[in-house]
Ligand binder design. Sequence first.
Ligand code: CA
Ligand code: CA
Length: 429
Amino acid sequence: MRTNALIPAVLALAAAATALATAAPASAGSRGTELGRQTLPAGDGWASAGTGTTGGAAAPAGNVHVVTDRAGLVAALASPGPRIVYVKGAVDAGRTCADFATGGYTLAGYLAAYDPAVWGRDAEPSGPLEDARAASAAAQTAYMKLKVPSDTTIAGLPGAVVRHINLHVDKADNVIIRNIRFEDAADCFPQWDPTDGDEGNWNSLYDSISVTGSTHVWVDHNSFTDAGNQDSAQPLYFGRPYQVHDGQVDITSGSDFATVSWNEFADHDKTMLIGSTNNPATDVGKLSVTVHHNHFSNTLQRLPRVRFGKVHVYNNYYEIPDASTFVYALGVGVRSQIVAQNNYFRLSRAVDPAGLLYDWGGTALTATGNLLRVAGKETPIDLVATYNAAHDPDFGPDAGWTPTLHTGIDPASSVRREVSRHAGAGEIS
Ligand code: CA
Ligand code: CA
């Protein structure tokens, strides 16, 4: 841990940029280099392809910012790049849902207007209450969804929190986000869609981090949690969970070359979506993502869910304690090419290992070296054969490519210990 050295270094930087720039170490490796100037190691996943991922590491001293509130974060993200943005303390959107509600929107009014007993189930809501909901949602979006531009590093100082905010890496290249605890990017105005699925669904807009149309993105050593506003605690309306969250990290809309490493994803439903549509217009040949050494703890689905992309999922620790809420781990979607390697799945007895995969229209995946732990007993698991024995149609066993961009791949037997110790915010060494 270098964190004790980091705080005074960064504060000094804010006060006396020139002096510190001279003092800042220039070594290329992670150790000894100031957090904001660290870059993705060569070969560390898909984000290392081509030009690699350096974020704002090359920022001149005048482009280094320490932010303590939303306004500061907004200003830093709009400042000239390359830029380094240090988050200090808790940066909260700082408004309540009531601040965004407009046009006469109330949840009670919305529920009354679109109760299936009144509105039916054949059409999506429309009319004054839906218009008011959409206008209220637009007001929230304008305030809490913050665009992250190219050549940016956002790094948390010790204890940094980003709360009720959606970082949106949009049409950008070369972005690093590290060492931040992200909390509760809740939607104040979920939309009811009675035509979504057999029973309808409440849908929400915001992820903690959304990556759209972007390349070379490294999301590393963050913690994602809904804190005191968990999906599992939401009420049912119209018999369906009132879903106020979308993803924790969603990578969609033609994005390519991302590495998602050493994060902790906890207590969340829809965790990581890679590819948001079966329409091939934007994503064919893209959505190349590496997901390694993450801790998925009581997360319910999309760990990740993949369409189109060549996605390398290795050395992740899956902790699945509750069969009653768990949906699936790896979503095998249309034209996806997942390679699942040396992951560790710790399941409660009631969780069916055949349900670790889910068929969202995919045809094959490669799965090797994965380990299952149930009731204290570890056994190798062939994810594909286990799935195929219980489901039809079968998945083929070959995703059709072999990952080459990766650092050391650990044996699955050490993943639980390594990831438990070192994943999440506050653990960069
Ligand atoms: Ca999303
Ligand atoms: Ca079968």
